[in-house]
Design a protein around this ligand. Structure first.
Ligand code: GDP
Length: 186
């Protein structure tokens, strides 16, 4: 597989214009979004982690096999982001999610240990109100023992069926790819 970083967009004019279908990744800061993208493409360091300065408030586009884009949306709920930057963030993401015709599917990533937090629920409600299909991923599942996993997944399931995922063990990579391939079967 060929995964290439294409660009970091901080305004809609910078979004790619070639019309390829897009798969978006959403979640709170530090939820494991970059690790998930890197695990999916088997390429360490493709997606920037939240510790990479500058790149985290923009929307990052990665072209996968020349066929579609993985779209890494900036993580939300980071307390240290100043209010003005928060509002800019919300505007950019909202614009993307509302207007982007090429968007096929969003992955809403939750930390399996924490489950749904307020901002995740807000985003879920928003996606549903705008008829945007999404799949929930329960990340860092390796950090939970067997009974914690059952408990955590059950709590998440009350809102939406999650795909358990671990960037450490690779659990869930196949299932996430299956969800992606379903979006471009005709
Ligand atoms: P992002 O801010 O959502 O992009 O999160 P990162 O991918 O940068 O991950 C945040 C932290 O969680 C890093 O220290 C990662 O090593 C760790 N992490 C991410 N995914 C996993 C996982 O599946 N299992 C474990 N144990 N740690 C993870």
């Amino acid at each position: 597989m060929l995964a290439e970083f294409v660009r970091s967009a901080s305004s809609p004019e910078q979004f790619p214009a070639d019309g390829l279908p897009e798969i978006a990744f959403l979640g709170r800061s530090n939820v494991g979004k970059s690790s998930l993208i890197n695990a999916l493409v088997g390429k360490r360091g493709l997606a920037f982690t939240s510790n990479t300065p500058g790149r985290t408030q923009a929307i990052n586009f990665y072209r996968i096999d020349g066929k579609y884009y993985f779209v890494d949306l900036p993580g939300y709920g980071y307390a240290r982001v100043p209010r003005a930057a928060m509002e800019g963030w919300a505007k950019l993401i909202e614009h993307y999610l509302r207007e982007r015709n090429t968007l096929r599917l969003s992955f809403l990533i939750l930390d399996a240990r924490r489950g749904w937090m307020e901002k995740d629920l807000d985003l879920k409600t928003w996606l549903e109100a705008h008829h945007r299909p999404y799949v929930v991923v329960a990340s860092k599942i390796d950090k939970l023992n067997q009974s914690e996993q059952l408990h955590g997944l059950k709590a998440i399931r009350q809102q939406s069926e999650p795909l358990p995922f671990s960037a450490v063990t690779g659990r869930g990579v196949r299932e996430i790819w299956q969800a992606i391939s379903k979006t471009h079967q005709s």
